[in-house]
Design a protein around this ligand. Structure first.
Ligand SMILES: Nc1ncnc2c1ncn2[C@@H]1O[C@H](COP(=O)(O)OP(=O)(O)OP(=O)(O)O)[C@@H](O)[C@H]1O
Length: 272
């Protein structure tokens, strides 16, 4: 299976659940060797798109190509093979509490490969080094901070050197220092794996400006922007501007008055 540079190509995608269409007309290529950030407001379909790219759900229409593979045309054996070539960093790191960090990170290799123990240990150590956790291999997840658990989740996601790395809200729940560290790590991943397609679902605009080469913005069931980050920064599209400037647009706080009578009654009760 050729692993070099898997672009993710979405062709005329229509995604949804039962009779409800969530996203339509999505035709975008998320390029290999770049960090693409998928942005959108709550409920705009980011997780839905991620779920489909992961092959967990079949599109209502259109195609998803991962590198040369037309995801939903593969035989079940090929499908499983392709799935294994996707590293996923889940929001909470998704580590198993009963296993040490080293064992957690080794898991995809012990489960899916016949590599010998010494080789697995070497790979695990290398990945832990990449995320700055080499000395914590024997620790259990509950002995680590949230930021460290996310970094460990990243080490596990890349343990097989996958051509595709999908990260779901990698900075959510992290303080600014840990968020900046995670951004740095994702940039390091790009350097270390120059052909990897790194896809990040995020709400975090600071992180977007730091890590993204490419952005896909979802809104109202459509891709309202797909392209380079520099063009996005300079956009004069009103929705995108509002989104990027985090403004509430022309929404105003309504001028509601409680009314003298109610205010007086409240005051009287407070003074009792
Ligand atoms: N399993 C499901 N069954 C039916 N509808 C769903 C399901 N999951 C999500 N939806 C609907 O699909 C739409 C998009 O949801 P999705 O979770 O993809 O948005 P999101 O952009 O990831 O939101 P958030 O940022 O809040 O996580 C929403 O209207 C949601 O209610």
């Amino acid at each position: 299976m050729q692993d070099n540079g898997w672009d993710i190509r979405l062709e005329n995608l229509r995604l949804g659940y039962d009779d409800t269409v969530v996203l339509e007309d999505i035709s975008v290529t998320l390029p290999a060797g770049k960090i693409s950030v998928i942005l959108g407001g709550s409920g705009d379909g980011k997780s839905t798109l991620l779920r489909h790219i992961l092959g967990l759900k079949r599109p209502m229409g259109g195609k998803i190509f991962l590198g040369p593979h037309d995801l939903f045309k593969l035989s079940s054996k090929e499908f499983r093979k392709v799935r294994r070539r996707m590293g996923v960093l889940f929001q909470d790191g998704a580590l198993l509490g009963s296993l040490t960090l080293g064992e957690n990170i080794a898991l995809p290799l012990t489960e899916h490969t016949r590599l010998d123990k010494a080789t697995i240990q070497k790979i695990v150590h290398h990945k832990l080094e990449l995320v700055g956790l080499a000395q914590f291999a024997e620790y259990y997840p509950n002995q680590l901070s949230g930021g460290m658990r996310k970094r460990a989740g990243l080490a596990r996601a890349i343990v097989t050197d996958p051509p595709i790395l999908l990260c779901d809200e990698p900075t959510s729940g992290l303080d600014p220092i840990n968020s900046a560290q995670m951004d740095r790590l994702l940039l390091d991943m790009k350097k270390h794996f120059p052909e990897m397609s790194i896809i990040v679902v995020s709400h975090d605009l600071a992180s977007l400006y730091t890590i993204a080469d490419y952005a896909l913005v979802l809104h109202d069931g459509k891709a309202v922007y797909s392209g380079g980050i520099e063009q996005l920064k300079g956009t004069d599209d009103p929705y995108l501007r509002q989104f990027l400037d985090r403004s509430a647009g022309d929404m105003k706080t309504p001028d509601l008055k409680l009314g003298e009578e109610a205010r007086a009654a409240l005051q009287a009760w407070l003074n009792k």
